[in-house]
Ligand binder design. Structure first.
Ligand code: SF4
Length: 328
């Protein structure tokens, strides 16, 4: 591990002030960043500990929730309002990592965790454009069973590992940021980038910008939401494919729907094409499969992950079928 300085931020303004003068990273739970530093993939000169900030979950007057970025994953998953009004989020968090890691990991850190592509972590012999831009990508012709089928580029075919981010994207979550130029916010679904020719840049965050909170809007039909994760073993494994979805059915028609996919792209993949196919139609199995086909029409498999297309198709249809059954 490369030597670094450590300090604790007293508040958001202090964190931003401390981040400005060198190669600094914010430290939440450290459950991914410390691993990356140990492997020398990340070599910050300084860590600013923000884990003591923004640790509240607040009920908003409009019926939404404001979740501080320092809230631990376990606390969020177990929060009564999350379990009852946004169950997809609770289920997604509980599908990730282990209980010990969830007890440490923060909401902000979960969103900013980096890909688990094995070549990215192998600083001693593998080529990786995300770790060292211009070096090449060993996953393209190597082990790519876990990699992307949507939105990838010749520079990088990695997937984003977060379960929580997939649920937040489906639930229309909004991320709040503070930085040297002030505050801003945008949808969680827009936070992460597709790789293009800059796979080393994961998000739209500017240098020194700090995630302070996630806002969940009031979505009454989110009470009938769910998250399904398909993986190689039943715990402590990343998604091959995951689906977060919520479905609003009235008088035999789909009035509204949200779907997001995990394990298939460099970012949580909001399935806007599938949603468009479904709105106004009947909640039938054939419609669910047609919606999945529309979303996956542009999928481009690699040598080792062609199975993901059919897996995603079946998982989307199964999740929507489950939600339709609950609303019937
Ligand atoms: Fe690196 Fe991306 Fe290629 Fe993995 S897929 S080796 S993260 S460039």
């Amino acid at each position: 591990m490369t030597p670094f300085r450590y300090s604790r931020a007293t508040d958001v303004a202090d964190a931003i002030r401390q981040s400005g003068d060198c190669n600094t990273r914010y430290l939440g739970g450290g459950t991914n960043l410390v691993d990356l530093m140990r492997e020398t993939v990340e070599r910050p000169e300084a860590l600013v500990d923000v884990s003591g900030l923004s640790r509240d979950i607040e009920e908003l007057p409009d019926g939404g929730l404001l979740i501080g970025a320092g809230v631990r994953n376990t606390a969020l998953a177990e929060h009564r309002s999350v379990r009852t009004r946004y169950p997809a989020l609770s289920r997604a968090i509980l599908a990730g990592a282990s209980a010990q890691i969830r007890n440490m990991a923060t909401v902000g850190g979960n969103l900013l965790q980096r890909t688990r592509c094995a070549y990215f972590y192998d600083d001693d012999g593998s080529r990786c454009n995300k770790r060292l831009p211009g070096q090449g990508c060993d996953a393209l012709e190597g082990f790519n069973r876990n990699h992307a089928i949507l939105g990838a580029s010749p520079s990088c075919v990695a997937v984003h590992p977060s379960d929580m981010a997939v649920a937040l994207a489906a639930l229309d979550g909004v991320v709040h940021l503070h930085g040297a130029r002030g505050e801003r916010s945008f949808p969680v679904a827009d936070l992460h980038r597709l790789p293009g020719d800059r796979p080393d840049v994961d998000t739209l965050l500017e240098p020194g910008e700090l995630i302070t909170a996630i806002e969940l809007p009031p979505l009454p039909f989110a009470a009938r939401s769910t998250y399904r994760k398909v993986r190689d073993r039943s715990s402590y494994a990343f998604a091959l494919v995951s689906v977060a979805a919520l479905l609003d059915v009235e008088d035999g028609r789909i009035r509204d729907v949200r779907i997001a996919l995990g394990g298939v792209a460099h970012k949580p993949w909001r399935a806007f094409k599938a949603e468009e196919v479904l709105r106004g139609g009947p909640p039938r199995a054939a419609a669910f499969t047609a919606a999945a086909d529309a979303e996956l029409a542009d999928a481009k498999p690699l040598a080792g992950n062609g199975f993901k297309i059919e897996l995603a198709r079946r998982t989307i249809a199964a999740v929507l079928g489950e939600l339709a059954g609950e609303t019937a």
